[in-house]
Design a protein around this ligand. Structure first.
Ligand SMILES: N[C@@H](CCC(=O)N[C@@H](CS)C(=O)NCC(=O)O)C(=O)O
Length: 204
């Protein structure tokens, strides 16, 4: 069984969601946020980056949620969370799975961080965020998930960033992304993960 190092209010929920979908248990080690909302020192003893999620599988230790999701799909032989190889959707999905942490998260955080402190979102940050949310809105297509009815890894990956934006009312001008967030929250794996470990976004 894998061990999941799960920081409270974090991207670790993505891993719990996928494991719930796969029906695979894990040994979860929970970490509370510090007063400054950082990871505690204990996480740096698990992985040098000191972030969550991190998984341990025997001697293997892996950080980076997209890599962990890909690893679990490969480990458990799952073919239901990625479009079939050889289809155009396969590479579009790979792009979106990497896009979330490589491009979208940084842009979203430029709006999320001031909003969390009760400060106005700088116009430049808002404009960048709008451009990404327009892109995501177009990508959702007919929905409800990015590739139709079923949640793929890219949907699971999106959920954390979208949850933060929704929590701070930053989806207001993007009703399609708002509807996507409602659909994400109705996914059984999401429901199970949040029930087990609490919400992704912190309360006010
Ligand atoms: N790109 C990484 C980001 C990991 C990350 O930043 N995790 C946050 C929690 S959501 C964290 O550990 N923050 C605590 C800190 O930076 O002190 C991933 O996708 O796993």
């Amino acid at each position: 069984m894998i061990t999941l190092h799960a920081l409270h209010y974090s991207r670790a929920t993505r891993v719990l969601w996928l494991l719930a979908d796969l029906g695979e248990p894990c040994h979860r080690v929970d970490y509370q946020r510090t007063e400054n909302f950082r990871a505690p020192e204990a996480l740096s003893r698990v992985h040098p980056l000191g972030k969550s999620p991190v998984i341990e599988d025997g001697n293997r230790i892996l950080a980076e949620s997209a890599t962990i999701l890909r690893y679990l799909v490969a480990k458990y032989g799952d073919e239901t969370h990625t479009p079939p190889r050889g289809t155009p959707e396969f590479w579009q999905h790979e792009e979106l799975l990497d896009y979330v942490e490589s491009s979208f998260a940084e842009v979203a955080l430029r709006a999320v961080l001031p909003a969390f402190r009760g400060k106005p979102v700088p116009a430049e940050a808002q404009a960048a965020l709008n451009s990404h949310l327009n892109f995501i809105g177009r990508t959702i297509g007919t929905g409800p998930m990015l590739f139709g009815e079923r949640a793929m890894l890219a949907d699971i990956q999106m959920s954390y960033v979208i949850a933060l934006l929704a929590r701070l009312d930053l989806l207001g001008e993007h009703p399609k992304v708002g509807a996507y967030w409602s659909a994400l929250q109705a996914q059984p794996g999401y429901v199970a993960a949040v029930k087990a470990a609490g919400p992704m976004a912190p309360p006010g």
